[in-house]
Design a protein around this ligand. Structure first.
Ligand SMILES: NC(=O)c1ccc[n+]([C@@H]2O[C@H](COP(=O)([O-])OP(=O)(O)OC[C@H]3O[C@@H](n4cnc5c(N)ncnc54)[C@H](OP(=O)(O)O)[C@@H]3O)[C@@H](O)[C@H]2O)c1
Length: 337
């Protein structure tokens, strides 16, 4: 079988396509013929060598997110059967409950080998069935970006109908946040670098858009749109370049869900958080239970992930470059054919 590796994380050109033996499932394992994989901002950080302290294992198979078909199962596997359509969960050992100290060590495409391969061996417990109405390409976008948006919006102090959610940019996590919050009856405000991208977010269910290039003090625009109250929830994806503004866009007593660092890691001024009585909550993807709850909502509301472009397996580097260009809206997918 063919698979990609990152022998040394020195940029997109270090992605290497190579032959490897197709693994066989042992006890408790399932072999999946991958059909599609998708990219996250994290995958750019990994290939550039800027993700984890101490780096990722040399020769890592990249990407956390993929979907495919079970082709063989090992002894004692009952969760899945050959022919089942499945996706891997981001942290293979985080089944339910709160995130724990051991879960990070099971993150696909980072701590352990990921899914940019024709065949991948999973623990059967690390798989979920994908919604029937989704294609493999659509389902491949769910494990990281969608589960993260779901966790932020619903896992603690859930978004309620009539509340207002602010989400930043039109990348993968943000477009899932638009779809999920809209389905939950919330009003969604989205920021973006371009009116064209904002129009796509509005078509998905966002109520208002703010061009943050035309309006650099966009937190003031958020306050205006909410009659000076501020939003109930901020999906904070920018880090250094956005966090202080996100804090001022939230209502007194609101929540800022800390997810991303697109513009670098931020230092936080504690004063406005304290004076505004904000809840600032770190979100790191989510558990299998969250993934399964999200899949039920996707099926019920007939939601379909926003796919910007699909690249062939042989051209994985072009998919990385497209994500890097930030020209996309939603997800960038690689078809494993
Ligand atoms: N904590 C977690 O578990 C978790 C999970 C997934 C992702 N993340 C993080 O969340 C962030 C987003 O990830 P992603 O995969 O959704 O990224 P992505 O698809 O690559 O989206 C990036 C988008 O961010 C927008 N952007 C860039 N600069 C911005 C700015 N100054 N203000 C607002 N938006 C800006 C751009 O959209 P526009 O052109 O529309 O502005 C860009 O296309 C990343 O930092 C990633 O590492 C964290």
């Amino acid at each position: 079988m063919k698979r990609y590796t990152v022998p040394s994380a020195q940029g997109i050109d270090s992605l290497t396509l190579a032959e490897a033996d197709t693994p066989r499932p042992g006890r408790g394992q399932a072999l999946v013929r991958m059909r599609a994989a998708s990219l996250n901002y994290r995958d750019l950080m990994i290939v550039r060598g800027g993700y984890a302290r101490g780096g990722v294992p040399p020769g890592l198979v990249p990407l956390s997110d993929g979907a495919g078909e079970v082709v063989e199962v090992g002894e004692s596997v009952t969760r899945v059967r050959p022919g089942d359509r499945v996706a891997g969960i981001f942290m293979q050992s985080w089944i339910g409950g709160e995130i724990g100290p051991d879960h990070h060590a099971s993150a696909l495409g980072g701590a352990i080998d990921g899914v940019l391969a024709e065949y991948v061996l999973f623990d059967a417990d690390g798989l979920v069935h994908i919604p029937e109405a989704l294609s493999y390409e659509e389902a491949a976008t769910l494990p990281c970006a969608a589960v993260t948006a779901w966790n932020a919006l619903f896992a603690q102090g859930p978004v309620l109908p009539g509340q207002t959610v602010l989400t930043l940019g039109t990348g993968g996590v943000s477009m899932f946040a638009v779809q999920f919050a809209h389905a939950a009856g919330a009003r969604v405000i989205v920021t973006s670098s371009s009116q064209d991208k904002l129009d796509q977010a509005l078509a998905l269910g966002a109520a208002e858009g703010i061009d943050y290039r035309a309006e650099p003090e966009w937190q003031d625009a958020v306050q205006r749109l909410t009659g000076g109250r501020g939003v109930d929830h901020v999906i904070e994806l920018g880090g250094a370049g956005t966090l202080a503004r996100s804090i001022h866009a939230a209502r007194i007593g609101g929540s800022v869900h800390m997810i991303g660092v697109i513009t670098g890691a931020a230092e936080i001024d504690p004063m406005p958080i304290m004076r505004r009585g904000l809840t600032v909550r770190g979100v790191f993807v989510g558990s299998r239970e969250m993934f399964e709850a999200m899949n039920r909502a996707i099926a019920y509301h007939d939601l379909h992930p926003v796919i910007d472009r699909i690249f062939p397996f042989a051209d994985a580097a072009a998919a990385y470059r497209h994500l890097e260009s930030q020209a996309h809206v939603g997800k960038v997918v690689i078809r494993v054919d």
